[in-house]
Write a protein that binds this ligand. Structure first.
Ligand code: ATP
Ligand code: MG
Length: 223
């Protein structure tokens, strides 16, 4: 993935001023930065949800510069958003994960295929959720909900995984488990990962490097 000279914002507010960034195939990079620095906005630009005012976004060698390209790029990306309400839905864990297949295996009036179901089971096993498959999402702990959200993002078989503040709602033990979880995902699926965090120490062992977003510019983090 490559961002060149990207500027983006909302109305008169310029959030990203000049972002240059490259992420290699299979690489894992942590993104740091204060509240309001524009980290989530950066993800939205990568997914084509916020249009850059200047500059260029390229994912897997394709320029994201048209509605068709933006639709395509969303299929290559697994996204775990910052604010999650998944836990309040009266839905089984396996069905919550199956929803991640929507638009890939099945959509509209089409039913999930046996391949969709197989991928759901494979992903549940990978994330240690096999025994919770039939549990109601409302009854899960914060850490378990977190894993369901990640399962839903990776069941699409994305090439790039974007995680926005995955440690926010986790207690200390779940937080400590996250690096191993991400390392496992990386090993099994070989995808590239961008992870936003306020807690750089916890991600140090799983990420190859860290960058910090400050005043609209991305720089290597010196910690
Ligand atoms: N949809 C929107 N419309 C208008 N302004 C927005 C919108 N989303 C974000 N902003 C503004 O853009 C700036 C950057 O927001 P963003 O959510 O990208 O920051 P962030 O780095 O993710 O912050 P946090 O660490 O709190 O999640 C903020 O000043 C915010 O108010
Ligand atoms: Mg954010």
């Amino acid at each position: 993935m490559k961002l060149s000279n990207v500027a983006a914002g909302y109305g008169r507010q310029q959030v990203l001023k000049r972002v240059d960034f490259e992420l290699g195939e299979g690489e894992c990079c942590a993104i740091l930065g204060e509240n309001g620095a524009g980290k989530t906005t950066l993800f939205k630009v990568i997914m084509g949800l916020v249009l850059p005012r200047r500059g260029e976004v390229e994912v897997l060698g394709r320029k994201i510069d048209s509605p068709a390209a933006r639709q395509w790029v969303r299929r290559q990306i697994g996204y775990v958003p910052q604010a999650r309400s998944d836990g309040r839905l009266p839905i089984k864990v396996q069905d919550a994960v199956l929803l991640g297949r929507w638009g890939t295996g099945f959509a509209g009036l089409r039913h999930p295929t046996s391949e969709d179901r197989r991928l759901v089971w494979e992903t549940l096993e990978l994330l240690g959720l096999g025994e919770l498959a039939s549990s109601d999402c409302r009854e899960l702990s914060g850490g378990q909900k977190q894993r369901v959200a990640i399962a839903r993002a990776i069941v699409r078989k994305p090439r790039l995984l974007l995680l926005d503040e995955p440690t926010t709602y986790l207690d200390v033990s779940a937080r400590d488990g996250l690096p191993d979880l991400l390392a496992g995902i990386r090993r099994e699926l070989g995808l590239s990962i961008l992870v936003i965090s306020h807690d750089p120490d916890s991600l140090q062992q799983v990420s190859d490097r860290a960058v910090v977003l400050r005043e609209g510019v991305l720089k290597p983090a010196d910690t």
